[in-house]
Structures are given as C-alpha cells and as structure tokens.
Design a protein around this ligand. Structure first.
Ligand SMILES: *Cc1c(COP(=O)(O)O)cnc(C)c1O
Length: 790
C-alpha cells in the first residue's frame, strides 16, 4: 500500500520537548498519544479511501467481546517511532518500559473468545485484508479481581477514565428501536407491509480504536458502540413536566452498554443482554449499509460481493433477522430477495458444545423487546417447516440462537478439529445432516506478534540470531529451529533466556502483587477462567496428593516445583468461587509448612488478564491444559505457552491434540481419556463407589475431614458436589494427572533434554499463529483478497 509521508517527527519533538519543563509519566503518555491518535486517524482515513478505490470485499467481524490488551507498544511500533520516543522519554528522566506499564488494559471481554477476536483483527491488518471489528463499548469492563480472606473480591473497572485511544465520532451514530408494536397493512398488490412503531429508541455512538500494522501503513477500526438517549427524546417529557420519567429514560439508555456480563461459557438469559446484542448488531448493520450506499448504487443483491459478516459465537446472531428487517421494511425488498442476500453474507463460528452455554431466548422477551424481529424469526421458522426433515429454531417457546445461525449462514465452523467434528456429531447433528456442505473447521490461533515478539524480546532475538527474521512474516518458518535441537550451546542460551524471563516475572509479580516466585523453582502454570470443565480442582487435588506424599516421606528429593494458578470466576458461579477459595487455602497451608520449602509451593495470582499473560507466558515451563476431553472447544492459552517454550501437560482435548501432533507427544506430557472414552466412562460412573474402591483418594478426603485444610465444613459444598456428581470426571483422572506431574518433574531434572523439548515446541508453534487461521478464513470462507502491491 502507498507510503504516507514520513511521520512528521518535528511535531513529535516539539510536543515532547523537555525545554518547556519535565513531564511526569502520565503527562508524557497523554501528549504522546494525542499525537499518535492524530497520525493514526489520518492513516485510518487513507486506508479507508484506498479500500474504497479498490472496492474489494470487506470483512466485518461481529463480536460482543474484544480483549485488546494494551495498545501503546504496538502503536509505537506501527508508527515506527519506538526508538525515538525511548530517547525523548529519557530526557524527562523516564524509562519507556515503566511508561508502558502505566497504560490500562481494557477488559472488554471475559477470556478466550474476546482475545481471539483481537488476535484476528491483528492478523487481518498485518495481512493487509480490509476488515472492521464491531462490538460494544462497555463503560465498565470485566471486574477487577483481588483476594480478601482467601476469596475472590470483585471491583468495578472504570477503564474509560484512563482510555487513551477511543475516538468518539458523533457523526457516526444510529437510532436503535426497542419495544412497541408492528402495524401490518396490505398494499395494492396484496403484499403485506410491516411498520414498526417503537416504544423508544436509543442512540448508538461509535467509538473507534485503531488496529495498526507494523508491516504496512494500514490502520483499520475496531468500532465499538456506546448507548445514549437520543436528543429531543427527553425534551418532550421535560416540557410536560415529567422530569422523573425523563431522567429514567436517559438512565435506561445509558445503562444499556454500562456493563459486560461476566459469565464465561454461561448463557445468562437476561433482557439487558438481549438488548445489548440487538443494539450492537443493528448499529453495525446500519453502518455497513450506510457505507455501501455511499459507494454503490443500492442494488442490494451486490451487498454480499462487498461485505461478509463473521458472527463470533451466537451473541451477534440477531444480525440475521435484523438485516432481514432493514431489507424488508426500509429497503422494500421481497422476502426471497432479502433471504437470498442474508444467506450469502453471514458466516457463523461456534465456540462451545456445553449445553449451559448454548444461547436461547424466550419468545416472550423477544416479542416484548423486539416485536418485528420476533415476527421475522417466526416467518423464518414457518418457511423452514415447509422443508421436510429440518430441525427447528423455535422450541418450547425458546428461540435457539445456534439453530438460527446455522440456517441463516453459508458457513458454520468450529474452532479445533475435534470440536468441529463433535459439533456435527452432537449439538448440531441434525443441522449437519441437512446442510453438510456448510460445516468446516478453522483451528484457532494467536498473534505471534503480541504473544512472542512483543512479550518475549529475548527469545525473539535468539530466534532471529539463529534463523534470521523471515519467520516474523511467515511464522511456519519457525520450524527452522529444529536444526538446533542437538546444539548444546543453543539449548544453553534458550535455558538462560527462560531463567531471565523467570527473574523478570518474579520482579514484576512482586512489584504488582507482593508475591514471591523464586526462579529456581519449576514454573508450572494453570491460568484461565475458573470453570468446572477446565478442572482447576483436578490440579489442586493433585497438589494435595503431592503434599501428602511429601509429609509421609519428607526425605524424598523433589525438584522445586511452583504451581501458579490464576483466573477470574464469574461472580454468580458459586462452585468456581469455592475452587478459588480452596486454592487459596491450600496455598497457605502448603507454603507455610517448612517441609515444603524448596520442594513444593502453590500461589494463586489474582487479576489474570492480557497484561499479566504477557508476563506469564515468557516465564512458563509447564502449561497445564487439563479440561475433560470433549469440553474445551480449542483453547488458545495452550498456544501462547507453547510458542514461548513451555511443555504442555494436558488432555486429548481441543487444540491440545493438534499441539501434540505438531510438536510430538514425546515432547509434551499428554494424559487421560479420549473424548470417546469420557462419554463411555460417564455412563457407568458413580463417584461414591469410585472413592470406596480407591485407597489413595479415600485417604485424601479422610485427611481433609480430619482438618488438613482447617475446618472441613468450609469446603463441604464443593466436596459434596464432587462426591455426588463429579460431572467432569475429576476423581477418575486424578491418578493419571498426578502421575503426569511426576513425569514432568522427572523430565525437568534432565535440563538438556527438557530444553530440547522446549525448543521443538517453539519450532512447531508456527501453525498456531492466527495469521494461519485468518489465511484459512480468508480463502475458504470470506474470499478476501489482499491489496495488490503498488
Ligand atoms: C488467551 C487468554 C485466555 C484464554 O485462555 P484458555 O486457557 O484458552 O482458556 C483467557 N484470558 C486471557 C487474558 C487470555 O490472554
């Protein structure tokens, strides 16, 4: 793409000159980013006008969540001013590394799904593919987590006060209708005409975040919508003297995008969430249509040639009936025309097979809040029923969003090979039989720019020294590292880098959280949202078994092993919060027992987010990915660990399977049942009889009962649940997991051998770059073309 004028560095110098006084870190950042925002807005406009000229198809990625992480470092790289700014900072006695630590980390997502969306935007811009991310500008991000009395404490995250990048554009705003009724009339030719008479409207205002590239000058928007009361809306009421009601309506409007629902993998069924979903998809579609109108004669049949819309999970699936509404009621298209366009424009990504996570909305809520949308869904269902042998979208007065998504999309994908297969065999089986050609797999990925180059400069330099830097553009070339697997000097350097990163992590976590992670321990991480299916409980119980073994035989020579756990629990998810409580208690019992010193330690790291991840992955040696096989759709944390040289201790689930395949089972520590074995085992499984038949496990619970962790009543609910249900097979896999940990320690005691495995993991991690994933989406689903070089 065309090069813009070199950055006007004179302006930058003037802004950050020390001659007019020394700046504090905060002021320095504010001045710097005001300049950067100007530059990037210009680049964004240039990108957009060049895109219009080329008139290629554009991807719109609709996602209720984006976990962007901090943006300053990447944007400095993109503008090519990192070194310059480092120098300017030093004139204010500032260290740029410390300045970067001042930036807040916008928590506009729960976990993997939101982070995936941000990795995708990064790959899209670097691959020079025209794309817009559309989402919600939550006023409060995911809660901040701290620990108090060994329990999770939640605090609001008022991140907008510290936001450096959001560019509000009041000229890009749309009205979103809610409630009311539908007027149905018949025109002269006997066609039904529908007119929605909304009860109220809410304004959607765009706030753009720059998505910038270090390879080209492309800057494209992550466009988030925030809600406001429309002007004039309250005035009528005010004039009639009904101030109370006027304020209430303003409040309702503004609270619509106030909070992110903190449930990960849980469908919450709340009306406000339904409103949020409709709000952001309607605004996004109106935005695309306005843009299309500006540049093309509104021959809507050409719309799918110019736009393709990827639905990230079912959260944005109301876009399908909403686009129907806009075409039918506003553009006057016939049903057949409108449906034909829709089914050529939408593609859907499924993220889960967990029953409790599959979204469904009561017909009654839809009818009340979105009456026209509900009529359209009913018409879709009616026409669907005319085709024989199809499953249905409305069942027992609920609208099943995944069903609507499959029916209204031309592509349906899962996020790892196993997951995509399970979709066709279980939750979407009937749909697969009806539309087999729609189903495909796109294994997730992560951006190696953030998750290797940016967060692990020492390792990046080593790789550059060994194989040059072409791998940065073509990450599969990391495989070139394999030739060094027997080179002891390379392995030694790799070991020193890991040790250095462990020291950096220790310093950082001490400064941030006051915790100590002495670097002579093996660093073993399990960080991810707390969920029963992810089995943090399995890890804790294995740690307790190791602790008991140590107490029974204090002389066994163990390698120093530090277990680090972290992750947020949804505030309403009782069992998940009890698991955090148990982890904290075990941590204090074990770490306070002198017997465990230099042998076994456990820490719970509060406040896991993207920024903490950037410190964790480079310092990691073992990556625990131990979900019950068949339950974790893909996982992406597993890929970040692998790319930074950790070995995966994990089950045959999600993308773990593909990780083992890429780097070799012998270079990792796989354990446990396959997804088929899990299904089979569950049929006969009874936790009570299982415990009765297993002396080791029985003894563990006996000791807990006798006060190993203090008052056993504190963990009664958690343990009762385990004894009664154990839905994720923690107990049957406890021995295998404990054995896997011991195997990990054995392997670790042979340092050279361990480092060789570590190197081979890094060498095989290229296929987990989201550049590979996006390349597959672009060629198989979106049919996008990168801009021709000029
Ligand atoms: C990558 C990432 C996740 C996803 O982790 P999984 O182990 O795949 O569940 C969650 N949260 C954050 C902050 C991440 O960076």
């Amino acid at each position: 793409m065309m090069m813009r004028e070199e950055i006007n560095s004179g302006q930058l110098e003037r802004l950050l000159n020390e001659e007019n006084g020394i700046l504090s870190g905060k002021d320095f950042i504010l001045r710097l980013t005001s300049y950067m925002n100007q530059e990037m807005t210009l680049r964004k406009e240039e990108t957009s006008s060049l895109d219009r000229k080329e008139d290629n198809r554009r991807l719109c990625y609709l996602s209720a969540e984006f976990l962007t992480g901090r943006l300053l470092h990447q944007n400095l790289l993109a503008l090519g001013i990192l070194d310059r700014v480092k120098e300017l900072a030093s004139r204010h006695n500032l260290n740029l590394t410390d300045v970067l630590e001042e930036e807040c980390d916008p928590g506009l997502g729960n976990g993997g799904l939101g982070r995936l969306a941000s990795c995708f935007l990064d790959s899209l811009v670097h691959l020079d593919l025209p794309a817009t991310g559309y989402g919600i500008c939550y006023r409060f991000g995911l809660f901040k987590q701290s620990l108090q009395d060994e329990r999770q404490k939640e605090q609001p995250d008022n991140w907008r006060h510290e936001d450096l990048w959001g560019q509000e554009n009041r000229s890009k705003c749309y009205r979103i209708p809610f409630g009311g009724s539908v007027d149905i009339s018949c025109n002269e030719s006997g066609e039904l005409k529908f007119k929605l008479i909304p009860e109220f409207e809410i304004l959607a205002i765009s706030v753009d975040y720059p998505v910038s590239s270090t390879y080209n000058n492309r800057v494209q928007p992550l466009r988030l919508w925030k809600s406001e009361a429309p002007e004039g809306f309250d005035l009528d009421l005010f004039n009639r003297g009904d101030h109370g009601k006027a304020w209430k309506q303003i409040n309702t409007a503004e609270s619509l995008t106030a909070v992110l629902y903190p449930g990960d993998e849980a469908e919450s069924g709340k009306k406000l969430r339904l409103k949020q979903q409709y709000f952001f998809v309607s605004a996004s579609l109106q935005d695309m249509m306005a843009e299309f109108r500006e540049t093309h004669d509104p021959h809507w049949t050409a719309f799918p040639d110019k736009y393709v819309i990827q639905l990230n999970d079912t959260h944005p699936v109301l876009a399908i009936p909403e686009l129907m509404r806009l075409f039918l009621d506003q553009e006057g298209l016939s049903w057949e025309e409108a449906w034909n366009i829709c089914t050529r424009v939408f593609a859907y990504t499924n993220h889960t097979v967990l029953e409790e996570a599959l979204e469904k909305w009561p017909v009654s809520s839809l009818r009340e809040l979105l009456p026209r949308i509900m009529l359209i869904i009913e018409e879709i269902q009616r026409r669907l029923e005319e085709e024989s042998g199809t499953p249905s979208i409305i069942q027992n007065e609920y609208v099943h969003m995944a069903a609507l998504a499959v029916y209204g999309s031309f592509s349906v994908n899962g996020v790892a090979a196993l997951h995509s297969r399970l979709l066709t065999e279980t939750v979407l089986k009937d749909w697969y039989i009806r539309f087999p050609q729609r189903f495909n797999n796109k294994t997730n990925g992560i951006t190696h720019r953030r998750w290797l180059m940016q967060c692990n400069p020492a390792l990046t330099n080593l790789i550059n020294d060994l194989i040059g830097n072409e791998w940065q553009r073509k990450p599969h070339l990391l495989s070139g590292l394999n030739q060094y697997k027997d080179d002891s000097s390379v392995l030694e350097r790799l070991g020193r880098i890991k040790q250095g990163n462990k020291e950096l992590f220790n310093r950082w976590i001490h400064m941030e959280k006051g915790l100590n992670c002495p670097p002579h321990y093996l660093f073993d991480f399990q960080v991810k949202r707390i969920h029963e299916y992810k089995r943090q409980l399995l890890n804790i119980l294995s740690i307790l078994q190791k602790y008991r073994a140590l107490k029974n035989n204090p002389d066994i020579q163990e390698i120093p092993h530090l277990f680090l756990m972290g992750g947020k629990a949804a505030p309403g998810y009782y069992m998940a919060k009890e698991i955090i409580h148990l982890a904290c208690r075990c941590s204090s019992v074990i770490n306070n027992d002198p017997l465990c010193r230099d042998k076994l330690q456990l820490l719970f790291l509060p406040g896991y987010n993207v920024t903490m991840g950037e410190k964790i992955f480079p310092a990691s040696e073992l990556s625990q990915q131990i979900s019950t096989a068949g339950k974790e759709a893909s996982g992406t944390g597993n890929m970040k660990f692998m790319m930074n040289g950790a070995l995966t201790l994990g089950t045959m689930d999600g993308a773990n399977i593909e990780i083992f395949k890429a780097s070799g089972k012998e270079n990792n520590i796989p354990f446990g049942m396959s997804s088929e074995e899990v299904v089979h085992y569950r049929k006969e499984y009874n936790p009570k009889t299982f415990i009765e038949g297993n002396q080791e496990i029985k003894a563990l619970f006996q000791e807990i009962e006798n006060g190993l962790l203090g008052n056993p009543d504190e963990f009664r609910d958690l343990l009762e649940h385990l004894f009664k249900e154990d839905p994720y097979l923690v107990l049957p896999e406890l021995e295998a997991h404990t054995a896997a940990i011991s195997k990990g320690e054995r392997l670790y005691s042979d340092k050279q051998n361990w480092l060789q495995k570590s190197l081979m993991n890094i060498a095989s991690s290229g296929i987990f770059s989201s550049d590979r994933t996006i390349g597959e989406y672009a060629s198989d689903i979106w049919k996008l073309s990168a801009r021709k070089a000029d």
